[in-house]
Design a protein around this ligand. Structure first.
Ligand SMILES: C[S@@+](CC[C@H](N)C(=O)[O-])C[C@H]1O[C@@H](n2cnc3c(N)ncnc32)[C@H](O)[C@@H]1O
Length: 218
């Protein structure tokens, strides 16, 4: 049985790429955003913080259970609106300034369709940010990471994100890869334990690198 990855831990370990991506957009006060595949709502809360009270964050997830979780997690932020919806059918009440997803495309059968819907949901001049893993580029010692988990279609989808964006109505403005690394009994080791049920403390761990792509909608 796989131990569910604590969202707080993921948020903490992958906070740096998230912060770097949002910083690239400059002042986001008042932005309308969608967090697609919002999960426990960590990214939605981060977006609510940077967009402020005049912003609006649509936190979309296919799993109806997530709606209550997100509502609880984002209870301090009236600007977060949790919606139960499939990313493939993304439909929002208004065009957004930013469509964001993290650790979503690895879980869907048609990532190109999801990217298409994210682009369509965003106003011209707005932004699409995608953060997805290249799991096999992670390492335990010298050995590549692998991940076979229910609901994971493509653990290496990060390696195809720029290709997915290239054929859409966007211009890729920035892209990079980052991964948390550590040795010993660290948060990195605990995250790996949650993914693989193995606690590794003697070898260097490189968690799945996250490819971040920032694209401007034309
Ligand atoms: C691994 S979690 C990532 C959560 C969050 N984005 C994060 O980075 O912490 C993936 C989420 O995507 C949701 N999901 C999977 N397939 C989806 C789909 N087709 N449409 C919308 N959400 C989906 C799952 O229910 C889950 O909450």
């Amino acid at each position: 049985m796989t131990i569910p990855i604590p969202y707080e831990l993921r948020d903490d370990l992958y906070r740096r790429p998230l912060a770097a991506a949002l910083e690239r957009l400059g002042d986001m006060t008042g932005f309308r955003c969608v967090d697609v595949g919002a999960g426990g709502g960590d990214v939605s809360v981060a977006l609510a913080e940077v967009c402020g009270e005049r912003g609006r964050i649509y936190a979309v997830d296919i799993d109806p259970v997530r709606r209550n979780q997100i509502a609880a997690r984002a209870s301090r932020f009236s600007q977060v609106v949790a919606l139960t919806q499939a990313a493939e059918e993304l439909t929002l009440p208004e065009p957004v300034d930013l469509a964001f997803c993290r650790f979503l495309l690895l879980a869907v059968a048609e990532p190109g369709l999801v990217v298409e819907r994210m682009v369509a949901a965003t106003r011209p001049g707005g932004w699409v940010i995608i953060q997805e893993p290249i799991t096999s580029a992670g390492r335990i010692g010298r050995r590549p990471l692998s991940m076979e988990a229910p609901g994971v279609h493509d653990p290496d989808i990060g390696a195809a994100v720029l290709e997915l964006l290239r054929t859409r109505r966007v211009e890729v403005r920035d892209a990079w890869i980052e991964s948390p690394a550590g040795i010993g009994d660290t948060a990195v080791a605990r995250y790996l334990e949650a993914m693989s049920e193995t606690l590794v403390t003697e070898e260097q761990i490189i968690l799945p690198p996250l490819l971040t792509a920032i694209a401007k909608v034309l």
